[in-house]
Structures are given as structure tokens and as C-alpha cells.
Write a protein that binds this ligand. Structure first.
Ligand code: SAH
Length: 227
């Protein structure tokens, strides 16, 4: 974990109390109890990953728009998906759907290395700049179709898909390491179920976690782009 991430004690962090409140009321109360996840949500300045016009709503119990019809997930969903991966600190993680980079920042505090893919070039460029400026130096942003994964750096101990897939993209299953865990929303465009997939050799054990609502995953193994 690099320097500059502990904003909690900084006098410049006017959002510290709101963030603490977010962790206690939205996350701990909803039974996400992994101490490492709670600790990192308490420290990461979520407001830095929200467009300026919505910054005062950064710690609300809701998803928020990040432009181009996309959204940053509600804090609880970020926490629940991250906790399901059970990261210990030494993993190589792949995220699909960088958006503004908040989820990538959370993963970067809990794993050794994070590769994150964003389909939209402008979002990818801006997220890379933002993550570098905030010293998340173990995050690598790649622009491209995440439904194909990122074979050059595979296998991944954990994969987090932050957009709704019509079905689990086969390249992502192939790039999951032995004993690896993937969390992915699967279903229709409007509503999905959060699935946890655990690999054991060539067997993939799927557990349904909870209903959810994400923006569509586009690309070769996603939905056809309609915008
Ligand atoms: N994790 C983000 C929010 C993700 S929103 C955050 O914390 O801010 C979902 C993102 O997935 C959008 O930015 C969208 O452009 C991206 N996306 C959709 N399909 C994709 C694909 N095939 N590959 C990579 N990114 C994709």
C-alpha cells in the first residue's frame, strides 16, 4: 500500500465523518464484516472518484452517474463484491469496467496487483490519471474489451466484473487461476444476480449471492452496444 492514501486523519478530509458513517450504517450493519475491507473503505477518498457535480453525494447509499450513461456502484455493493473475493494481500486481480476507478482503488489496497479494463477510452485515460495522481501505483488500467479478459497477465487469483453480463464470458473463466474466485452480475439488462464462481481444476462452483442492478457489459461476450 502506497503513501498518501490515509486521508482519514488529514485536516483536508472534510468527508472523513461522512465516510465513517457510510461504513457503519451502510456496510457493517448489512453484515459485511471483513475487517480489511471495512478498513480500506474507511480510508479511500470515494469523493475523488465521483464527478465534481455529484461530489457532495459521494457517501450516499446509492449508485451515482459518472458520465457516458455509466454509474459508480453503491458503496454497499462495492463492499459485498470485494468481501466475496476474500483477498489476503498477495493476489493478482482483474477488474472489468474501470469506470472512474473507485473499485480498482479498493482492490489495490487489498491485493498485490490490480489490472483493470475499461471499454470507453476517455474513462480509461481519466481513471489511469486519477489513480496515478492518488498514488494507487499497483493498479494498471487497460483500454479494451474486458469480456476477452487480459490474457497477457493471466491467470488471475480473483476477477471482479463491474457490469452486467448476459452470461459469464468464457475467456474470464479460462483466465481464472486454480482456486481463483470470480464475482460477476449475470442476468438481463435490467436486473441481475450476483454470482460467485470458484475454480477447482476444471470445475467451476457457482453460488448465487443477491439480486443487483448494473449497467450492461458490452463487447464480444457481452451485450451489443446500443449507444
Ligand atoms: N467500477 C467502476 C464502475 C463501473 S461502471 C467504478 O468504481 O467507478 C461499468 C463500467 O464498465 C463502465 O465504465 C463501462 O464503460 C464498462 N464496460 C462495459 N463493458 C465493458 C467491457 N466489455 N470491457 C471493459 N469495460 C466495460
Amino acid at each position: 500500500m502506497g503513501e498518501g492514501k490515509n486521508f482519514r486523519n488529514s485536516t483536508t478530509d472534510v468527508f472523513g465523518d461522512a465516510r465513517h458513517e457510510m461504513v457503519e450504517t451502510q456496510i457493517r450493519k448489512r453484515h459485511v464484516s471483513d475487517g480489511r475491507v471495512l478498513d480500506c473503505l474507511e480510508r479511500i477518498p470515494r469523493h475523488e472518484f465521483i464527478p465534481a457535480e455529484f461530489r457532495d453525494r459521494a457517501y450516499e447509499d446509492a449508485p451515482l452517474p459518472i458520465g457516458e450513461g455509466q454509474t459508480i456502484s453503491q458503496p454497499y455493493i462495492v463492499a459485498a463484491m470485494t468481501a466475496a473475493l476474500r483477498l489476503q494481500g498477495n493476489e493478482r486481480v482483474l477488474e472489468i469496467g474501470t469506470g472512474f476507478g473507485y473499485q480498482a482503488a479498493v482492490l489495490s489496497c487489498l491485493a498485490r496487483e490490480v489490472f483493470t479494463m475499461e471499454f470507453r477510452a476517455e474513462l480509461a485515460t481519466e481513471a489511469a490519471e486519477r489513480l496515478a495522481r492518488l498514488h494507487y501505483s499497483n493498479v494498471h488500467v487497460h483500454c479494451g474489451d474486458g469480456t476477452l479478459g487480459l490474457p497477457d497477465f493471466a491467470p488471475y487469483d480473483a476477477i471482479l466484473v463491474a457490469a452486467a453480463a448476459p452470461s459469464v464470458p468464457p475467456p474470464l473463466l479460462a483466465q481464472l487461476a486454480e482456486n481463483g474466485r470470480m464475482i460477476v452480475p449475470v442476468g438481463g439488462v435490467e436486473n441481475q444476480d450476483l454470482r460467485l464462481i470458484q475454480r477447482s481444476h476444471d470445475t467451476f462452483l457457482t453460488t448465487m449471492l443477491e439480486p443487483c442492478r448494473f449497467v450492461p457489459l458490452v463487447g464480444a461476450h457481452g451485450w451489443k452496444e446500443c449507444s
